[in-house]
Design a protein around this ligand. Sequence first.
Ligand code: ADP
Length: 768
Amino acid sequence: MIKTKLPVIILRNMVLLPLGELKLEIENEEDKEIIYNAVNKHNGYCLLVTPKYITSDNLNTADLPNIGVIGKITSNIVLPNEHIRINIRGINRADIFEYVQKENILDAIIGPVKIEEISEEENDAALRVIKKEFAAYVNVMPNISNMIISKINEENSLEKITDIIVNLLPLSFQNKYQFLVTTNPVLRGNYLIDLLVKEEKVERLEKNIENDLQKELDKSQKEFILREKLNVIKKELGDKDSKEEDIDEIRKKINELDAPKNIIDRLNKEVNRFETIPFTSPEYTITKNYIDTLLSIPFGEYTLDEENLDSIKEVLDENHNGLENIKERILEYISVKKLTNSLTSPIICLVGPPGVGKTSLAYSIAKALNRNFVKISVGGVSDENEITGHRKTYVGAMPGRIISSIIKAKSMNPLFLIDEIDKMGKGIQGDPAAAMLEVLDKEQNKTFSDNYIEEGIDLSNVMFVLTANNIEDIPYALQDRLEIIELSSYTEFEKIDIVKNHLFDILLKEHGLSKELVTISESSIKYIISNYTKEAGVRELRRVLSTILRKIAKEQVNNQKKINITSKEVKKYLGKEKYNSINNEDHEPGVVNGLGYTPFGGVLLPIETNFYDGTGKIILTGSLGDVMKESASVALGYVKSNLKEFKINKKLLEENDLHINALEGATKKDGPSAGVTLTTAIISSLTGKKVSHKIAMTGEITLKGKVLKIGGLKEKVIGAYNQGVDTIFIPKTNENDLDEIPNEIKKKVDFILVDNYKDIYNYIFKGE
Ligand code: ADP
């Protein structure tokens, strides 16, 4: 075997195959040395080797392959920057037997590659397939020159043809390397066939995609031209279809619309799009609905605010009896808002039990200010999207409740009532309270974004008014932006006043009756209130009065006569008394009135206590919360530590179980304010001394008998008063709250301020 020695050029991430060509620019001195060596001593021949992996800059001969390609340097030019540019042509593969490193020069001892014998048939068959696949490839790759194609067609050596073709293909380093080291031409041929088939497929797919794109473009251009032609024809014939009419109408409306630029731009964009959407596409209705919705928002529509405070007050008085403080605060709010025109002015939130006039007051404010009125209730809303709308992509999407209401309001500055803000839920579908914050925040609501509308809508001129039953349940983040105006339960006297001065007249009118024919006395109103209603407000009262008047109206149709509604008529029209809200039954020992505060106003919550044979246990019933249960234990503890003073027999407690029950079992009760009531009930039961049903009390108690402050006094007192109580014990620390109690009640009820339980004991039990 002929062996020879050639200088080695190492190629990094490059492969030179036989019959291929390579251009290199050499800048480093060592490499230049190799080139000179090859040119001067080896007739321009050298060996090109490509390591499969390059692990470091300093290659070890162990990292080098045992196959290389003999190359011939066909030109070498020294460039002005002293780099050498060389051109090398690949000649043949060579087996490498040994690398010889001498100083900076690396040589290799090489010999010809051993090739296994292949039969002529094998050679021809492989050649044929390769040529066929190559032709198919050329079909999709038309930029391969004819010269090369004919050269390949004439080539009959499998050895050569594989290398010629591989040199033409855009292959990765890994693929080329694979060809380099595969010395068997049949294997190389098979490998090439696979590659050609794959490349052809890829090329064809690419072409198809390009063709499809081109076709789409051509189609839409064609459609456009046809459409334009159709338009011209229709114009000639004076014919128009309904979509075009729609579009004309929409464009006209856009021109007349006094909306901000973003809206006009959006509308124009949508109409242009709408024009191109075919009638059969689902997009057609979606886009049309969107345009219609946007056009129905009352952009540019504003009502002029009434500025005269006297006129505003007049309207408020007309609709609501009393509520002087509330009306005063509303007037102040309006004037401050007008004067400062401040963006940060808080939002009115009317808080109070149902039926006390929150909604109707908001309506009156709207009427007084000459603003349009809209109302939504957010009670139970737990899906944020209900407020901010669903995206257009959602089936049946619509704007949220805010924008829908603005559309209903027909002006951009209505009075917008948001009812039951304290009953808003929080669900998996986002946090509606957060959405509400965005709606109400003046900084953000200038560009309120509804998911459906997608464009900022200015809500900053809307006057929002909120209502709630319970301040504590209003989302915390909202609370400090609100101007809370509390409306409390009405006293019986106030209710009578409302009926006398407002409701009765309104209801007469509603039923087509006249004041001259139908009258009602104060005592009848009182009778109705205490026997047919049980509420903090006057909603039920209104309903009951309506029932009476409806029946009278029916009777009067054919036979008009004067009628004065007395308790006899009331019974006749309403049937049996429904409630006995005045507690006028004497209490037995162990029963004492406490005071409670429910969302429906203040109520009497009697506690009853009894004892029976047992082992000194305490039993608690009547829907008591944990705090109230603890309060009962504290009360018993306090009584036990003062048995002597309260004249209670110790044995009684040891040989009996004490049962404490809160009446009105359906109402959930909690909080510490029943402390004094529980104590009094225990003492009353164990001593057998009665406590008058006209007495009520409220206050937390400590183990040492101190009486501590409680909340919600006003509502509790009104509730107790409405139920006939005339003496109320309250903690001394609540003294200031008495200022809020209506004078009517202060005149009729004795308030006894206590700071130690002994004051109550002395008053109730000592005297007897
Ligand atoms: P809320 O919103 O607090 O539940 P509404 O505003 O619905 O109560 O009031 C219920 C009814 O009671 C309405 O018809 C309202 O006009 C009437 N009403 C409440 N308070 C007064 C009042 N002070 N004067 C006259 N009518 C009143």
